[in-house]
Design a protein around this ligand. Sequence first.
Ligand SMILES: [Zn+2]
Length: 402
Amino acid sequence: MRDQRRPHPRTRPAHASRPAPARAGSTARAPRPTRRPARRRRRPVAPLVVAGVVAACVIGAIAWGVTSLVGALSGGGARPATDGRPVVSDAAASGPGEIVIGVNGDEDTYVLVGEDYLEAGAHAAEPTDGVLNDKIEASGEVDTSKAGDYEVTYRVSDSAGHTAEATRTVHVVDEMPTMDGGVPILMYHYVYSADNPPESLDGNYLLDTKLEEQLAYLVENDFYFPSYPELQAFLQGTHSLPAKSVVLTFDDAEQGFLDVGIPILEKYQVPATSFVICSDENAAQKVVDYRSPYVSFQSHSFGLHQAGGTVGHGGLISALTKDEIVEDLEHAQQVVGATEAFAYPFGDVTADGQQAVREAGILCAFTTQNSWAHVGDDVTALPRVRISAEYELAGFVSLVSG
Ligand SMILES: [Zn+2]
């Protein structure tokens, strides 16, 4: 499988020549409906995929200067970071190296004055060190008592001293149209292109052009992509979400999603979650090889994605005790390096499973029950809207519209 790996985004020539997405081409678009206060347009996509990396490189060069680098090098290899500076172990260490970093949720975050800013963090990975999520440091202050734009910066260094960063703009607004009681969480599975179809097609296999059409619709219509802390608080009735919010999830981290789906998410700059079956022998490698600013890899369990139980679709979960499930979930969390979300294999849920989800610190867990999630729903067993391959755009639009 390794020879099928997608080249690293920073070195993939196609990135530089990709057409700008709809999001960047605002000149050709009709004015947005004023459903939310003026939202800053995102930067054009070609530079953006590596923007965090380039910016970090520049900042690194300024902050360190040639003298600092030489001094560190003469000191003989890696040393502990001091006063926030990156560790330096080689001449290239002021640059970003192979780190990819991205914010969790929407990089333009909206909060109503008087509500809490819910820090959703960021994700990062690098080939040698693997997932770096727990090494990311956030800085910046958000005052939700006062309307205005605030910046939160996420900075991470790898063991070789390379540093990369990503920035979230937090818009604190006096008012905005909000979701009314529910939100669609979309459940996708696999993605493929017409020139490389799977051997047996079923409703779970979505053609790449359809995914593009759907993402273009979401971007053109200024949808908002909440983080899991925001989603959890909204469903618990303590936080407002901007109107036209939607969450995208892709189950199984299937090869077509990795090879074909992720570049489309990057093209349209739409954040999504990939639920990884962590017992797959190359699961940890996938999380690193396909690292993307727009993909948060989360748990689809370690060993529960198999038959053996008696509930629902017969998934193994119903044959296990609560403690066994906790152990499995924590194992999976180590593989993906993240704890925010979980998708029950086959959608099979048990009371022990829900308790295990709570004990494993998961914010939102998802079934395959087909509907919007609503305020008051139990966040340990949330429904999702299934996106089937046969849907035309009009059907998709009605599924994401309130
Ligand atoms: Zn699955």
